[in-house]
Design a protein around this ligand. Structure first.
Ligand code: 9YW
Length: 418
C-alpha cells in the first residue's frame, strides 16, 4: 500500500507542492501541506523541504501563512483569488489554518539529519524563520489581549469548516453576501456530505467583512462577528512552538530561544485553563457570546499534543475517547456519536479524518496511553486499506467518503503504518 500512497503524492504534485486532491481542492492548502511534508520525510527528504518552501512562498509580510496559496489558476474551486482580493505577490486567501508547519519542520529536519544531508541545516534555518514569524503573527494578531489562547475569525481557519462547534456562533453571522456564491464543491462530491448552502452563505459573509477591512488584523479583530478562542488551534500552535524550541537549541540565538520559551509558557498555561472536568474535555471559548463551546468535537482532544496532563485528566480523557469509539467501525468520530449534531457522512459533523487521528494518537502517546494510541492508529491504517485514500470515513460503516486520492490521507498512511 505504501506504493499506492507514493503514487497519490506524485499524482497530486503540481511542481514542488501538493494539492489535497485534484478538482475539489486544486491549490496548495496550509495544514494539508505540512502533514504531506511529514509523509514525504519518510522517503523523499528533498521533496519534504520543497513542500514547506513552497508553502512559505505564500507567507505575508506580517507573518501570516495563508490557508490557500493559489500558485496556478484553476476554475474548479470557489472562492478563488478574485473573491479574497488580497495583495500578496502570489495570490492567496486572506485567512490562515492550523500551524502544523513547526511540527513538520522538526520532523523533516530530524529525517534530514539522520540521513546525513549536507543541506539540512541551511534549509531548516530558513524555514525556521518563516515559522517563527508566523508564530509571532499568531500571538500578535489572534491573541492581542495576551490570554494564551489564539482565536479563529472564520470556521475555515479551524480546518473543520462545518463542525457543530461553530453552530451557535455562526447563527449570529448573517447569510447575506456581497459576493455571488458559485459553489463548485457540490459538483465534485455529493451535496449530502458537504457543508450546507446556509453554511457557505455565512462563510462568504465573513470573507466579505474581512476583505472590507483590507485584511488588516487589528481591523478584522474589531469587526469580527465570529471570534472563537480555539483549543485545537492553540494546541497545535503550542506543540509547534515546542518543536521549534527543540530545533532552536542548535539552530537559533539565545534571544529567539527565550522568545519561544515565553510563547510556549503562555500558550500551555492558556490551554490548561480550558479543561472542563465535568465534561472530561477541553473546551473553546466564544469571545462574542462569552460562553464555552460545549459541542463535543475532535477539537476537545487536540490539546493533548501540547500538554502533560495529570492522572485524573488522563483517566477522564481516556474513558471519554473510549465512549466515542464505542460501537463505531472506525474511530475517532469528529463529532461524538451521542451528540444530536452527529451526522456520520457530513464532513466535520461525524466522519473520521486520518490526520485528526494522527494528532490524537500522538497526544495520547505523549500522555502515557500507548495502547489507545496504537488502537486508533491501527484502526486508521485498516480503514485506509479497506476503503482507499479517501478524504474521510463514515465511522458507523467504515465507508470512504468525500474526495478520493487524498494527499494527507496518503501521508497519514505512510506515517501511521510505519
Ligand atoms: C476549504 C483541503 C481542506 C482542508 C480542510 C477541510 C477542507 C475546505 O479541505 O476545507 O474550502 O478550505 O475542511 O481542513 O484543509 O483538504
Amino acid at each position: 500500500m505504501s506504493e499506492a500512497a507514493w503514487a497519490i503524492l506524485a499524482e497530486n504534485d503540481r511542481g514542488g507542492y501538493t494539492v489535497p486532491t485534484a478538482h475539489l481542492y486544486p491549490f496548495q492548502w496550509n495544514w494539508d501541506s505540512a502533514f504531506v511534508a511529514i509523509g514525504f520525510a519518510t522517503y523523499d527528504i528533498d521533496r519534504a523541504y520543497r513542500e514547506l518552501e513552497r508553502l512559505a512562498e505564500g507567507q505575508w509580510d506580517d507573518g501570516m501563512i495563508p490557508h490557500i496559496i493559489f500558485h496556478a489558476p484553476s476554475d474548479t474551486y470557489f472562492p478563488g483569488p478574485e473573491v479574497w482580493g488580497t495583495r500578496h505577490r502570489i495570490p492567496t486567501s486572506g485567512i490562515t489554518q492550523p500551524p502544523v508547519f513547526g511540527m513538520a519542520l522538526r520532523q523533516v529536519h530530524e529525517a534530514a539529519s539522520a540521513a546525513g544531508r549536507p543541506d539540512a541545516v541551511e534549509r531548516t534555518r530558513k524555514l525556521f524563520q518563516n515559522a517563527l514569524r508566523s508564530h509571532r503573527w499568531w500571538l500578535r494578531a489572534r491573541d492581542p489581549e495576551g490570554t494564551g489562547l489564539v482565536s479563529i475569525l472564520h470556521p475555515w481557519e479551524s480546518g473543520s469548516d462545518n463542525s457543530p462547534a461553530w453552530d451557535e456562533a455562526l447563527k449570529r453571522v448573517p447569510t447575506s453576501t456581497k459576493t455571488t456564491i458559485r459553489r463548485k464543491d457540490t459538483g465534485h462530491v455529493d451535496a449530502a456530505m458537504r457543508p450546507r448552502d446556509e453554511d457557505y452563505q455565512r462563510f462568504i459573509h465573513l470573507v466579505d467583512v474581512y476583505r472590507e477591512c483590507e485584511w488588516d488584523p487589528a481591523r478584522q479583530w474589531e469587526a469580527a462577528p465570529f471570534k472563537i478562542a480555539d483549543v485545537q488551534m492553540t494546541g497545535i500552535l503550542a506543540r509547534s512552538t515546542a518543536d521549534l524550541l527543540i530545533l532552536a537549541q542548535s539552530l537559533s540565538s539565545p534571544e529567539e530561544r527565550g522568545e519561544l520559551e515565553r510563547m510556549h509558557q503562555v500558550l500551555t498555561e492558556g490551554l490548561a485553563r480550558r479543561w472542563r472536568q465535568d465534561l472530561s474535555r477541553f473546551v473553546s471559548r466564544d469571545l462574542v457570546s462569552h460562553r464555552d463551546v460545549e459541542a463535543p468535537t475532535q477539537a476537545c482532544f487536540i490539546p493533548l499534543v501540547a500538554l502533560t496532563l495529570d492522572d485524573q485528566q488522563r483517566r477522564a480523557i481516556r474513558s471519554e475517547i473510549k465512549r466515542w469509539l464505542d460501537g463505531m467501525v472506525v474511530g475517532v468520530p469528529s463529532t461524538a456519536p451521542f451528540s444530536p449534531a452527529f451526522e456520520p457522512k457530513r464532513y466535520w459533523r461525524g466522519p473520521v479524518w486520518a490526520v485528526v487521528n494522527w494528532l490524537i494518537s500522538d497526544g495520547l502517546r505523549m500522555n502515557g496511553s500507548e495502547d489507545l494510541a496504537r488502537e486508533i492508529e491501527q484502526g486508521t491504517v485498516q480503514a485506509i486499506e479497506r476503503a482507499g485514500f479517501c478524504e474521510y470515513f463514515d465511522p458507523t460503516t467504515g465507508e470512504g467518503l468525500g474526495g478520493g486520492t487524498f494527499s494527507w490521507t496518503a501521508a497519514a498512511y505512510l506515517v501511521l503504518s510505519q
